[in-house]
Design a protein around this ligand. Structure first.
Ligand SMILES: *[C@@H]1O[C@H](CO)[C@@H](O)[C@H](O)[C@H]1NC(C)=O
Ligand SMILES: *[C@@H]1O[C@H](CO)[C@@H](O)[C@H](O)[C@H]1NC(C)=O
Ligand SMILES: *[C@@H]1O[C@H](CO)[C@@H](O)[C@H](O)[C@H]1NC(C)=O
Length: 263
């Protein structure tokens, strides 16, 4: 009898042991090498070393956002789908921002005059963003900065773009004077012209904003998916071992778009 009890106990402990060791590595094998922490947890650390090299060699997915500073749908996209991707899977993609959108330009003597969909205030915002990209020289820092501004514009209706830009510069220890000087001078004018050139070079050309390309490609299906779940687009496109955040499922129900024909 006693023997039976101890055998039962051994069986229970063995079962318990199996259960706990599987929950310790409760991930599909395709993810075991996604981080060295996971690899250790799944007891495949040595075997994963080659994959980690492969991961470094896999090309990052290029996400490019063509937008304009005061378009509500662009602000939405920056603060929802794009921000989620930035916080979850930023190590497998790059973000390039092209703030110009549906603006137009006209060459004058030695500079360009810009005309923006949401008026002069939007042109000022585009210039500030273009200058921030130039001054910060780091796409993650400049996206983080643009996101901060977009969040202020979203939640505090009375804040104008320069005010939000200044606030965010303070919060993120960015020298706003440098950005301001750029935005008000010849440099900003040239940088914004380059944004115009890049926007006009789109093929197919954009007919609404936000307009997103993934590795330089835009299709309507891809665009729809980026607006609801950019993480999935980035994860599906990435050729290296997927980070664990690729397993999380996120659904935004909203999808906003502004057709050029409705302007
Ligand atoms: C973004 O800015 C916040 C401060 O607003 C900072 O705490 C965070 O580290 C920044 N993230 C990146 C990736 O630069
Ligand atoms: C992303 O852009 C960079 C720089 O233009 C390029 O070297 C790289 O090959 C691109 N990645 C992909 C996956 O196309
Ligand atoms: C993309 O979304 C728009 C607007 O919701 C819709 O009209 C269109 O049919 C969708 N296109 C594709 C290819 O999914």
């Amino acid at each position: 009898m006693e023997r039976l009890i101890s055998l039962t106990l051994i069986a229970v402990f063995a079962l318990f042991g199996i259960v706990t060791s599987t929950t310790e590595c409760d991930l599909p094998p395709s993810l075991w090498c996604s981080t060295s922490e996971t690899a250790k947890r799944c007891k495949v650390f040595d075997q994963c070393k080659d994959y980690q090299t492969e991961k470094r060699d896999a090309k990052l997915v290029n996400v490019t956002l063509y937008h304009e500073s005061l378009c509500p749908d662009c602000i939405d996209f920056i603060t929802t789908s794009l921000w989620k991707a930035f916080t979850k899977v930023s190590d497998i993609f790059t973000i390039t921002m092209v703030p110009y959108g549906n603006a137009m330009e006209k060459k004058e003597a030695n500079k360009y005059k810009f005309f923006c969909q949401h008026g002069e205030a939007e042109c000022v915002g585009n210039l500030i963003e273009s200058c921030a990209i130039y001054v910060l020289k780091n796409e993650r820092a400049s996206f983080n900065y643009s996101h901060c501004i977009a969040s202020y514009l979203n939640t505090q209706r009375r804040v104008d773009f320069p005010k939000a830009a200044k606030k965010c510069a303070n919060e993120q220890s960015i020298n706003y004077d440098q950005i301001d000087a750029c935005a008000n001078g010849q440099l900003g004018n040239q940088l914004e012209h380059q944004m115009a050139v890049r926007t006009r070079a789109l093929n197919p050309s954009h007919n609404y904003v936000p307009w997103v390309t993934i590795n330089g490609v835009h299709t309507e299906a891809l665009q729809n998916q980026t607006e609801t779940d950019l993480i999935k687009v980035v994860c599906d496109t990435y050729q290296g071992p997927k980070p664990s955040a690729c397993q999380e499922i996120i659904h935004d129900t909203h999808s906003c778009r502004r057709l050029k024909s409705e302007l």
